[in-house]
Design a protein around this ligand. Structure first.
Ligand code: SAM
Ligand code: SF4
Length: 330
């Protein structure tokens, strides 16, 4: 079959799968403080439905998967899904993004199921600030999760740190030092307009250049890694002293849409060509109402065909997507 190429010539080989919209913590830049109205359970795709979707997507050239949520580890028996997906011929790479709270508990089963690559979300090494950001006092659990995952042998492990101005400035350097000590890349992610409470403003984004300046002044010079994958969202730098590297997801200050190779499946079975997409394609209906594999493939193609050139966060035309981050799958 011809590969998934959009009208701007971008080849799509990367699928992000959200397995739940539920979460066990409440990061303010994603979720409201009170438990939101979650998708009814019957609307959430089963493991069998996700597996079938992936089998069809593989025929169109999807090779890389990332499991996300909500918090993927609140989904019961997640290692079973990982095992099913890892055994699909054509899948070359599976990664997971997690907040780490339940990682220590599930790490071995995930590893045994074939998962190796992890992104653990951690914005700060300060317990009080972790509580302030996430509204939960789970910092020790996340640290334990990272320790256990490293001991088991997961790799690479990366840390996702959301960069919010006037909040995490004191965390940028300690996180990088921690990463250098532990052989973990810290990925600083500029705060994006995907929070459920409409708190985002451009002035609240801690920008990549500011963070680069802090790291250079306090740790030492960095150099951009020239051969890093141009289609990966992060721009990566290594410290010139040879110890460790950091990445920046500069969605606001330096959008990377021109290299995008990703589509997303939400936990309730909607296909999205962009994190910021307003329109989505229903595939749950096809999966449940006897849609053929060809019909599912056609829906994927059509979604990719509709893909826009890029989000327009920096323009007056920007409309935030109707779903917040936890419901799309970050
Ligand atoms: N619960 C998991 C976690 O927190 O990693 C997976 C889902 S979460 C939506 C995926 C990633 O989105 C997180 O690692 C976090 O770094 C990022 N994120 C959430 N809200 C964000 C926002 N408003 N701006 C930028 N990144 C955000
Ligand atoms: Fe949960 Fe992840 Fe959203 Fe934080 S960013 S509230 S951990 S889904």
């Amino acid at each position: 079959m011809t590969p998934l190429i959009d009208t701007f010539g971008r080849l799509h080989n990367n699928l992000r799968i959200s397995v739940t919209d539920r979460c066990n913590i409440r990061c303010f830049y994603c979720m409201p403080e009170e438990t939101p109205k979650y998708e009814p359970r019957e609307n959430i795709l089963s493991f069998e439905e996700i597996e079938r979707f992936v089998r069809v997507a593989v025929t169109l050239g999807i090779r890389k998967l990332r499991i996300t949520g909500g918090e993927p580890l609140v989904r019961k028996d997640l290692p079973k899904l990982i095992g099913k997906l890892a055994s699909i011929p054509g899948i070359e790479d599976i990664a997971m993004t997690t907040n780490g709270v339940l990682l220590a508990q599930h790490a071995q089963a995930l590893y045994d199921a074939g998962l190796r690559r992890l992104n653990v979300h951690l914005d700060t090494l300060d317990r009080a600030r972790f509580l302030h950001i996430t509204r939960r006092d789970d910092f020790p659990k996340v640290m334990e999760g990272i320790d256990v995952a490293q001991k088991i042998g997961f790799g690479p492990i990366k840390i996702n740190a959301v960069a919010v101005k006037n909040l995490v400035e004191d965390d940028i350097v300690p996180l990088a030092r921690f990463g250098r000590e532990r052989g973990i890349e810290i990925r600083y992610i500029e705060f994006m307009p995907l929070d459920s409470q409409g708190l985002w403003e451009k002035d609240k984004v801690l920008l990549t250049d500011t963070m680069l300046g802090m790291l250079t002044r306090e740790i030492g010079p960095l150099e951009e890694i020239p051969d890093a994958d141009v289609r990966a969202p992060a721009t990566e730098f290594r410290f010139k002293d040879g110890i460790g590297q950091v990445g920046f997801i500069a969605s606001v200050s330096k959008p990377f849409c021109l290299n995008c190779n990703r589509i997303r499946l939400t936990s309730d079975g909607k296909l999205r060509y962009c994190l910021f997409a307003v329109d989505e394609t229903d595939v749950r209906g096809l999966l449940r109402d006897g849609g053929s594999d060809d019909a599912i493939a056609a829906a994927i193609r059509e979604n990719v065909r509709q893909k826009w050139l890029g989000h327009e966060i920096n323009t007056a035309k920007f409309v935030p997507p109707p779903r917040p981050m936890y419901s799309i799958g970050g």
